[in-house]
Design a protein. Structure first.
Lengths: 432, 540
């Protein structure tokens, strides 16, 4: 083969697609919505025509959940989902509505809401309020907003935890995300508890902004880019300060900052990407390397059904969370079939998507009911909302389950042994 | 066929390319009864194997002023009468560091003399207008080049001819001219589908068979001094450029890059080939190398763009009668009245020229035909829009298949059935072709076989080259045209063989992967090779 042929290899995602259509088979929207053209057609196929003429952009692309299951399925590594999101960013003429802006601005709305949390939580649950949201705003009446916390996680951390972190010699930075900050600080507290028990101190980022996933989904990518720039700058500072990693407890925030910053927002994150990871991955890696050990309560018993969130599939990190949970002797882990729950962040909250959203998740909910666990576990907060709204089961993040099962005193002891004892520990893992 | 055996027409037109279709339309518009005969399918020859470039004439301005003038006049005419076939992209003639910038001055002067609006622009402005252009350019001229779809153009001419009473026979090959008393009185044809022989009569036969016109003339023992010149081209996976990009230098190999629909096409080479090769052209590795190497100079992004396929056509170049060696070959129009030239009545040859000037060629041939037949009616084709081009209209927010149909069929798009879910179902996802559009092609555009569908609708012309859609299209055609399953399998095998023929010269990278998938589906899964009979190579 001549040199020219060896060199002539396509660099364009849209033409690397071999049209095998496997992505369409795995698309949760295509399975329930005949009006959606499917990922292959919406992405690589039509992109060729959109390059010719913007009239080939159709607003039905907003039916895409951005679950990225198409990308997981693709045998030729085409970023099908990215092509669709890119088209929405580039060609959509639809201006985000007030509702879209409110749903997207988790930071702003969260800050306002936590100030008057009891009032907000109370009134958002009222029927008249739901009716107003449904008819005026287009937020579906079947939806319940996650309740807001009285105290932000950041406030708690500064008051109750920051001082104690000074006793440690090694650190991680924690990107807590909006959900932990405004709605469920307990998850952040659980992480601090585990890290501290493992003899790691926790830092917050110098400045943390919402990762921007909801902004991108709602057509506000310029704002997402500004926020992303702030986050990346803070993460760089953490790395400079020799924090060992930037850990997270939300799969979606992590996925957004690792992959979508680069692919959709054109932010260069190469220098921080490898340091940014889910806390379960960080812990699992340290344990298998023999660097930390966990000890668990002897009497802990729980039947847990694990739901593989879409972005966890895309990250390929499910194994870290599930293997970590399997280290807990009394934890009976059942894997639910990997499928989308249908919520996709703000998607399922919108009136026009509600029915589709529930159809997509239906078989998952059936499966959970069949398993009848003590609780469901998943790494994604919006999957948690969807499953809690659609089944009678409570959903708990793997980090919270680990924190619950952890024997804090014993773990702390195992991880603070003298340097001289270390070689003896190498092969002696905490696994049962 | 029985009733047609002795049917008599005013004119028989041989050749279903753009020239033949244009002549048939012009004759029909002037009230003549016409039979158009094509041995395979419309646009099977050079009409379907070119750049799809609506020349401004600038390319010929320096070397062939007459052609340049004809081009710009026809360019302006086609923009009006064939607007649904034309995309008004505009064009650039760029000077690269290796080219002589002095040529630009001559070029612009020659363009101006020929009536072509040629505007020197700053290289930076050229990059702004066309970001894909080679950024090292040192000069740029903007000209009114555009992109034109030859399949649509031919189909629209054929359709208008039919609307004005013409008969069209495809898959009928003229095997003999009926000559009596020193005059051609009709033709003997072989029906390639049934093998039957039939005849048709007319006081005048027009030979518009392109390079094959040479062979038609031989049937009357006449010599038309033709030289087959092969031109190879490459189709890239998506549109890299939005404007036509040419090199501002004496015309040479591979110096035009044209955006056509969702792809772009680089070409061409130019080599004499013997007559026995014109029906089985192959693109060689040397040609592929040359096209990529020169193409990259126009738009560097081509170096990393997937090549979907390679193809080649034959230009029907004609040498003057006093120049049998062909040294002074022109691309001008050649109209031969064999009565005055050779003493054979009832026979005209129209050849030479270019797709660009097909309408003018048709006008000249029809003028002569009318004169010979004693008909006094003026030509209307320069002002009367083709069916589909009556007006432009554009709506936003329509389903993408409807946008595509409007692009392909213009004002006739509403005739495409889309009432039912089946009509709206997508056959070809790369090119947005629905079952309804296939129905329309069968009912209105004279598509009778699977292999014709591509030329009427773009089925299987996209990234997958038929991997996904050819079998669907075969199924749809089975139901629409009541084709028998066995015939359908044969047609499917020949379509896949034809697709592979174009992929083979560029089968590396993603295109090779595609071919492998194609082979697994059609040979492995469907066992098409065994079913369709021997000798049908699909992929290897």
């Amino acid at each position: 083969m001549s040199e020219i042929q060896l060199k002539n290899i396509s660099r364009h995602e849209l033409e690397q697609c071999l049209k095998c259509s496997i992505c369409t088979v795995y698309c949760p929207v295509s399975a329930v919505e005949p009006k959606y053209p499917g990922p292959k057609h919406s992405g690589p196929d039509l992109m060729r025509y959109r390059i010719k003429d913007a009239a080939f952009f159709n607003e039905n692309l907003k039916m895409c959940l951005n679950c990225k299951r198409c990308e997981v399925a693709c045998p030729n590594d085409v970023k099908v989902g990215d092509i669709i999101q890119e088209a929405r960013i580039k060609y959509s003429t639809h201006t985000p509505s007030l509702r879209d802006r409110m749903l997207a601005n988790t930071d702003f709305v969260g800050t306002m809401a936590t100030m008057v949390a009891p009032v907000v939580n109370f009134s958002l649950g009222l029927k008249p309020a739901k009716t107003v949201l449904h008819t005026v705003m287009g937020i579906d009446k079947h939806r319940t907003f996650p309740s807001y916390s009285r105290q932000k996680f950041e406030t708690w951390f500064k008051k109750e935890a920051e001082e104690q972190q000074k006793q440690f010699t090694r650190f991680v930075s924690y990107f807590h995300g909006c959900y932990v900050n405004y709605n469920y600080p307990q998850l952040g507290k659980d992480l601090v508890k585990i890290m501290n028990a493992c003899n790691y101190g926790v830092h917050l980022l110098e400045k943390e902004k919402c990762c921007g996933v909801a902004l991108i989904a709602n057509g506000l990518s310029a704002q997402a880019k500004r926020q992303g720039t702030v986050n990346l700058k803070s993460m760089r500072r953490s790395i400079e300060n020799r924090d060992e990693a930037i850990v997270t407890t939300s799969s979606t925030c992590t996925f957004t900052m690792r992959d979508e910053y680069k692919h959709l927002l054109e932010l260069d994150n190469a220098d921080v990407r490898d340091s940014l990871m889910l806390a379960t991955r960080f812990l699992h890696t340290l344990i298998t390397a023999g660097k930390i050990r966990l000890a668990f309560k002897k009497d802990y018993r729980k039947k847990v059904a694990y739901h593989s969130a879409c972005h966890m599939e895309r990250l390929g990190w499910i194994v870290y969370s599930t293997e970590l949970m399997r280290m807990v002797p009394g934890l009976d882990l059942i894997m639910l079939e990997s499928q989308c729950c249908g919520i996709a962040g703000t998607y399922g909250f919108k009136k026009e998507n509600y029915e589709r959203s529930q159809q997509i998740g239906a078989t998952l909910f059936d499966h959970i009911n069949e398993v009848d666990p003590d609780c469901v576990s998943t790494d994604c907060e919006t999957c948690k909302w969807q499953i809690e709204m659609s089944t009678k089961y409570k959903v708990i993040n793997p980090i919270s389950l680990i924190a619950e099962a952890l024997d804090v005193e014993e773990t702390r002891r195992l991880n603070t042994v003298h340097e001289a004892d270390k070689p003896r520990m190498q092969g002696d893992l905490a696994m049962p | 066929m029985a009733e047609r055996q002795h049917k008599t027409f005013d004119v028989i037109v041989i050749g279903g390319g753009i020239t033949g279709a244009g002549v048939a339309r012009d004759c029909a518009l002037r009230g003549l009864s016409v039979l158009l005969v094509e041995k395979y399918d419309l646009t099977n020859g050079a009409s379907g194997r070119n750049h799809g470039l609506l020349h401004s004439g600038a390319r010929y301005a320096v070397t062939d002023k007459e052609s340049a003038t004809e081009c710009i006049q026809e360019n302006m005419t086609l923009r009006k009468i064939a607007r649904h076939c034309v995309e008004e992209t505009e064009g650039l003639f760029i000077t690269l560091p290796e080219d002589d910038l002095c040529y630009q001055k001559n070029f612009v002067e020659a363009c101006t003399e020929a009536g072509i609006r040629a505007e020197i622009i700053d290289p930076k402005e050229a990059i702004r207008l066309e970001p894909a252009v080679n950024p090292t350019l040192i000069g740029a001229v903007k000209v009114p080049d555009a992109s034109i779809d030859p399949f649509r153009l031919t189909a629209a001419n054929m359709l208008d001819a039919k609307l004005h009473g013409a008969d069209v026979l495809t898959y009928h090959e003229v095997t003999r001219l009926i000559i009596r008393n020193g005059s051609v009185e009709g033709v003997v044809m072989c029906n390639h589908k049934t093998g039957e022989i039939c005849e048709a009569y007319a006081p005048l036969t027009i030979n518009a068979a392109g390079i094959w016109g040479h062979l038609i003339a031989q049937m009357a023992d006449l010599t038309v001094n033709m030289f087959p010149a092969k031109g190879a081209l490459l189709v890239f996976g998506h549109r890299v450029n939005q404007m036509v990009i040419n090199r501002c230098r004496k015309p040479a190999n591979a110096d035009i890059l044209v955006p056509d629909d969702a792809v772009c096409v680089i070409g061409t080479t130019s080599d004499r080939v013997p007559f026995d090769e014109i029906d089985r052209l192959k693109v060689t590795p040397e040609e592929v190398d040359l096209l990529i190497r020169e193409g990259e100079k126009l738009a560097p992004a081509l170096a990393t763009t997937r090549i979907l396929r390679a193809y080649a056509g034959v230009r029907p170049l004609v040498a003057a009668d006093n120049d049998p060696s062909g040294r002074n070959i022109s691309r001008g129009i050649v109209l031969l009245d064999h009565e005055t030239r050779d003493g054979l009545g009832g026979f005209i040859t129209i050849t030479g020229g270019k797709m660009m000037t097909y309408r003018l060629m048709a006008e000249l041939a029809t003028d002569l035909a009318c004169k010979k037949l004693g008909v006094d009616k003026a030509c209307e084709t320069a002002t009367k829009p083709l069916p589909g081009s009556e007006k432009t209209y554009r709506k936003r927010g329509l389903p993408t298949a409807v946008v595509a149909e409007e692009g392909r069929h213009g004002t006739l798009a509403p005739l495409i059935p889309n009432a039912t879910d089946i009509d709206r179902a997508m056959v070809c996802e790369c090119e947005e072709v629905t079952v309804g559009e296939m129905k329309y092609a069968v009912e209105t555009l004279h598509a009778t076989q699977l292999i014709n569908m591509r030329r009427r609708t773009r089925v299987s012309m996209g990234t997958c080259q038929g991997t996904l859609c050819a079998c669907r299209a075969a199924h749809v055609l089975c139901e629409l045209a009541k084709t028998e399953a066995k015939q359908s399998q044969y047609e499917l095998a020949s379509v896949m063989a034809e697709r592979w023929k174009g992929m083979r010269p560029v089968a590396w990278g993603d295109t090779l992967k595609e071919a492998q998938l194609m082979s697994v589906v059609y040979e492995g899964l469907c066992g098409l090779n065994q079913r369709a009979g021997k000798g049908k190579e699909i992929a290897q």
